[in-house]
Design a protein around this ligand. Structure first.
Ligand SMILES: [Zn+2]
Ligand SMILES: [Zn+2]
Ligand SMILES: [Zn+2]
Length: 348
């Protein structure tokens, strides 16, 4: 019989439809063919003039902005969804309807000069730079009174909405706290009132104790498949200490986070042959105090199922792979050898 599971934080339900279950390995894809040659890519070395001028870059010494010599580059999005950020949002009414000006920021963080290598394949040193850039951009916008929330997202693969192949992340600074985060903040409050404890710390303790949904672990982070996973191979990276603000990490914690992120994406890359996925970082709202009761985390949702009529109509996702078998599968992927895209076998 299918099992309904409730997310401990948000209270949302998912259906784990074991009758429809496929073996985890059946989600592996055949190797993806590159659709966009690097010759036309605006994010490749030497094409700096094809993007708006950079707002930040990690560069080799004595190289000029907007020229080659960069290791990681941040530019405003050419077609921003939000902006500019130098004014307060203004609300107004259209009949009974409420509107607000879409002030904010929309930036692109180009992961490295490599056109094809994403986090799973880049060196740990480069992944640490990506994480450092996330923190630097959070800090760059943290004081802006117009921005209520900073959201870092990453779309990997065309099916996950990546419009350019060259690996990059995006930062959105928006004039409201998004509903998904609002829901988690309320969940944390509700759980605290009922149990007197932090819900994320309880999840951490439960997952470490049972171990059946653990994918990987290092000194500062637990990587696990959530009990109420919405899609096959959904995963979260959760700090092992009670921390509300992503950008408050120490150097040491930041390096551990880069290791956890690289390991998780490498396990997905190797185990499922480079699946499309989205990840995002949920952290405390801008301008919230360090004492806010929350736990920042990263969520990864592989794009291996489509939200269709039932999911859209009900808000209840049907997941055909149990989180326990997904975690076991990812835990057992061999990531010791250096990954090579062309040679990675298609598992069926
Ligand atoms: Zn490129
Ligand atoms: Zn906690
Ligand atoms: Zn979340």
């Amino acid at each position: 019989m299918p099992q309904l599971r409730q997310d401990l934080v948000t209270g949302r339900w998912v259906a784990i439809a074991t009758e429809r279950a496929k073996r985890p390995s059946s989600f592996s894809r055949s190797a993806v063919v590159s659709v966009q040659p690097s010759a036309q890519c605006p994010f490749c070395l030497g094409r700096e003039s094809m993007t708006p001028p950079e707002v930040m870059a990690y560069r080799q010494p004595e190289t000029q902005p907007n020229t080659p010599g960069w290791e990681l580059r941040v530019v405003p999005n050419l077609f921003p969804a939000f902006g500019p950020a130098n004014q307060e949002p203004v609300q107004s009414h259209v009949g009974p309807y409420l509107t607000m000006t879409g002030v904010g920021v929309h930036e692109v963080l180009i992961s490295s000069p490599e056109h094809q290598q994403d986090i799973a394949e880049l060196s740990l040193v480069q992944v640490e730079k990506i994480v450092r850039a996330y923190v630097d951009r959070y800090n760059a916008h943290r004081e802006n009174p117009a921005i209520q929330y900073l959201l870092i997202i990453n779309n990997h693969g065309k099916e996950a909405g990546a419009s350019l192949e060259h690996p990059h992340s995006q930062l959105f600074g928006i004039p409201m706290v998004p509903p998904n985060v609002q829901e988690e903040l309320e969940g944390v409050r509700r759980y605290h009132v009922e149990k007197g404890r932090c819900v994320y710390c309880d999840i951490l303790a439960t997952e470490q104790k049972t171990g059946e949904r653990v994918i990987a672990e290092n000194d500062h982070f637990l990587v696990y498949a959530p009990f109420a996973s919405r899609t096959p191979f959904e995963a979260s990276i959760l700090p092992k200490w009670h921390a509300s603000h992503f950008e408050a990490m120490t150097d040491d914690q930041r390096k551990s986070f880069a290791r956890a992120l690289k390991e998780l994406t490498a396990r997905l890359y190797r185990g499922l042959n480079d699946p499309p996925f989205n990840f995002y970082i949920h952290t405390a709202p801008n301008h919230s105090g360090a004492d806010l009761d929350y736990h920042w985390h990263l969520e990864v949702l592989p794009k291996l199922a489509i939200a269709a009529g039932f999911e859209l109509g009900s808000g209840i996702m049907i997941n055909v792979v149990t989180p326990e078998s997904a975690a076991e599968f990812l835990r057992n992927v061999d990531i010791s050898a250096a990954p090579t895209a062309a040679a990675s076998p298609a598992l069926h």
